[in-house]
Design a protein around this ligand. Structure first.
Ligand code: NAD
Ligand code: USQ
Length: 404
């Protein structure tokens, strides 16, 4: 089969690192459903963080073993499971040699900005886990599967909020009469977001030096919970984080509205980010896999479908909540982060659309279904976990117990 990049690799075997997490679980099932041979690699460390911090997903999630058994009994499709830490190269080498992936989708990182700003140990953990994990994946590809395509989850937050348009990975600059196309400047604003910048640099270097083929998906904030596959059975339900550490903006606002908690707009609320529906996360990853980067190519896609300010999200959730008879209020919370609260934001996002992405734009029906989902699991909401508990300015050198 010819791919758009002109070579004949037809990826069949996909290793999903971080496949027990929010984006990874939905993606693993989607790819399995589409006929790919899928293996999940996960250390389950995310479930451990929840225990350590006293947090829980809005939705009750089954163990990874039960999830996979249920998937098999419903569809007849098997997903292989490798439990282990990709920072352990022995473990990763064995999984590579055993599964022999054609593509690796790498979701397996510590992905919360607030978590990385709790204290020095968590800042160090985040960068160590993310940077070394990705380096190990690069070495495993070089050593065992040279043709394997790396699809790596990056973040729109790598770019920060510059006062010019954001391009997809590269910018052409003319300086003192000479012109070059260079990596777009990175201005991340948490130790987590910075770990993604470091990853991108390591991946770009190994594409050049070793001929690795890689796609960096600079994803915006993901919202929603249901995908076709996770909606098939309650044991396949995805996690939905709403707490102040792992919860993200729109998901949090829907849960807050459902439980009568005022929507927590940080600071002035002009912070604008790219957003996408989780159904588009799985679609984008599938498109990236089906159209692999060429050997030596470091391809960067901006993976989001629309951008909103926090104030716009609050007003959309207020209107949708009122239609359901909820009385939704908003409060301005002193911003726990150090970030621009009013800024220019115009990032490009055409490359995935060119590959065929059909976006699910944020609609009344999605907000309605997410709000109803939150109402359905209302009794599981611990309102003490909603307010932010981590301050960028107060990140401590000593290990902190996080309490709200
Ligand atoms: P998540 O925390 O739900 O899932 C991450 C998974 O990776 C967890 O199951 C965890 O146990 C596993 N993991 C972490 N470190 C590992 C290691 N060293 N070895 C093996 N497994 C490990 O996170 P998510 O929301 O699904 O995010 C997945 C990826 O997508 C992350 O890289 C994140 O940065 C990126 N991303 C997420 C969002 C979002 O809004 N959720 C937006 C943009 C980008
Ligand atoms: N915000 C609020 N109120 C809230 C929560 C967030 O005003 O209750 C604001 C934040 O201050 C920030 C914006 O909303 O300006 C987005 O915050 P977020 O927590 O939704 O997202 P973020 O910390 O950026 O991280 C999430 C994921 C991360 C991913 C990133 C994509 O956790 O893994 O990389 O989204 S992006 O934002 O494009 O970098």
């Amino acid at each position: 089969v010819q791919t758009s990049s002109g070579d004949s690799l037809k990826p069949q075997r996909v290793m999903v690192i971080g496949g027990d997490g929010y984006c990874g679980w939905a993606t693993a099932l989607h790819l399995s459903n589409k006929g790919y041979e899928v293996a999940i690699v996960d250390s389950l460390v995310r479930r451990l963080f929840d225990h350590q911090l006293g947090l829980d997903s809005l939705t009750p999630i089954s163990s990874i073993q039960n999830r996979l058994q249920r998937w098999k009994s419903l569809t007849g499709k098997s997903i292989e499971l490798y439990i282990g830490d990709i920072c352990d190269f022995e473990f990763l080498s064995e999984t590579f040699q055993s599964f022999e992936p054609d593509a690796v989708v790498h979701f397996g990182e510590q992905r919360s900005a607030p978590y990385s700003m709790i204290d020095r140990p968590r800042a160090v953990y985040t960068q160590q886990n993310n940077v070394i994990g990705t380096l190990n994946v690069l070495f495993a590809i070089k050593e065992f599967r040279e043709q394997c395509h790396l699809v790596k989850l990056g973040t729109m937050g790598e770019y920060g909020t510059p006062n010019i348009d954001i391009e997809e990975g590269y910018i052409t600059i003319t300086h003192n009469g000479r012109t070059d196309t260079l990596p777009y400047p990175k201005q991340a604003s948490s130790f987590y977001h910075l770990s993604k910048v470091h990853d991108s640099h390591n991946i770009a270097f190994t594409c050049k030096a070793w001929g690795i083929r890689a796609t960096d998906l600079n994803q915006g904030v993901v919202y929603g919970v249901r995908t076709d596959e996770t909606a098939m059975h309650e044991e396949l339900v995805n996690r939905l984080d709403y707490d102040g550490i792992f919860g993200t903006a729109l998901n949090r606002f829907c849960v807050q509205a459902a439980v009568g908690h005022p929507l927590t707009v940080y600071g002035k609320g002009g912070q604008t980010r790219g957003y996408l529906d989780i159904r588009d996360t799985v679609q984008c990853v599938e498109l990236a896999i089906a159209n692999p980067a060429k050997p030596g190519e470091f391809r960067v896609f901006n993976q989001f479908t629309e951008h909103f300010s926090v104030n716009q999200l609050a007003s959309l959730v207020t209107n949708a909540g009122e239609k359901l008879g909820l009385n939704v209020k908003t409060i301005s919370v002193p911003n726990p982060r150090v970030e621009a609260e009013e800024h220019y934001y115009n990032p490009k996002h055409t490359k995935l659309v060119e590959l065929g992405l059909k976006p699910h734009l944020l609609s009344d029906s999605l907000l309605d279904s997410l709000l109803n989902f939150a109402i359905q699991y209302k009794d599981r909401i611990d309102t003490k976990q909603i307010m932010p508990s981590v301050s960028w300015r107060k990140v401590g050198v000593k290990t902190k117990t996080v309490t709200t």
